[in-house]
Write a protein that binds this ligand. Structure first.
Ligand code: DGL
Length: 294
């Protein structure tokens, strides 16, 4: 039997669509949990903004979600986690999980040589949050940060065109694997490949990047494992809900809700359904003025 407290939704926040890679993993692993997703699409990308600005966006989104009676919040955006996790945990009335500690764990569990690359937005790399999280688990691991300023834009652009949305990216992983994207990804990864860092694992430190995993794998070559934070974040969430006895009842039919600051709900619905792996049935628009008031 479910109880009303436990059946409350899990709040998931991202700067746009990328966090749906995490929401998808949660929905697959915890089929009775309801998700309340907020994508701040209008202000995406966050990764080229300042830390202060992103921190204030995280607080607005956190307060907005907390008012929607969520039981826990996931910041499903590495950039927002790097800038705002700490403050969100201190200020919000609900527990908050970020994606960087889980991403760091995924990297540590994968590496054999203890040499890890972090592919992330410029702001995430600049904060050093991944390096700290990885070294907190194993201080002897060498971390090579590689900023990828154009990847979020590529993914958002590909999603907006809708041209590839019929394919199932999670199965073949090469949905955006075009010659142009390969060239841009190769250009971006060149400093890492040529650095002599000899990493054996690269963590995708941005929730948009799993959609570019084909070109990324191609640029890194077969000797490098590519990991992301989605599954590890879901594991951490499951653990917390289990231990706190806060899992939704097994008789609960989940009600997923989505909110976006995008003015184009149809585009958000098409791209979002593709990433989430099921139709986004309930989408609301929130104006930036509403978030600003939070
Ligand atoms: N998806 C976000 C992340 O994980 C970044 C996207 C952005 O730059 O807004 O870092």
């Amino acid at each position: 039997m479910g109880n009303r407290e436990n059946d409350r939704p899990i709040g998931v926040f991202d700067s746009g669509l990328g966090g749906l890679t995490v929401a998808r993993s949660i929905a697959m692993a915890l089929p009775h949990e309801s998700i309340y997703y907020l994508g701040d699409t209008k202000r995406c990308p966050y990764g080229t903004r300042t830390e202060d600005e992103v921190r204030s966006f995280v607080m607005q989104a956190g307060r907005w979600l907390a008012e929607r009676d969520i039981k826990i919040m996931i910041i499903a955006c590495n950039t927002a986690t790097a800038a705002g996790l700490r403050l969100a945990q201190q200020m919000l009335p609900v527990p908050v999980i970020g994606v960087i500690a889980p991403g760091a764990r995924a990297a540590i569990n994968s590496t054999r040589t203890r040499r890890v690359g972090v592919l992330a937005t410029p702001l995430t790399v600049r904060t050093g949050a991944y390096t700290r999280a990885i070294k907190a688990l194993d201080a002897g691991v060498s971390v090579y940060g590689c900023p990828a300023p154009s990847f979020v834009e590529i993914v958002e652009r590909e999603l907006a065109t809708g041209a590839h949305l019929q394919e199932r990216w999670l199965q073949d992983g090469d949905v955006f694997d075009t010659p142009e994207n390969r060239a841009e990804v190769e250009r971006t990864l060149l400093p890492l490949v040529e650095s002599g860092a000899q990493v054996d694992t690269v963590v995708l430190g941005c929730t948009h990047f799993p959609l570019l995993v084909g070109p990324i794998r191609h640029a890194l070559g077969p000797g490098v494992r590519v990991v992301s934070s989605a599954e590890e974040t879901t594991r951490e969430l499951t653990d917390i809900l289990c231990r706190r006895e806060q899992l939704a009842g097994e008789d609960v039919e989940p009600q997923h809700r989505f909110a976006t600051t995008s003015d184009n709900i149809a585009e958000f619905a098409a791209a979002g359904s593709f990433i989430f792996g099921q139709p986004l049935k309930s989408i609301e628009h929130i104006g930036l003025d509403e978030l600003d008031r939070c």
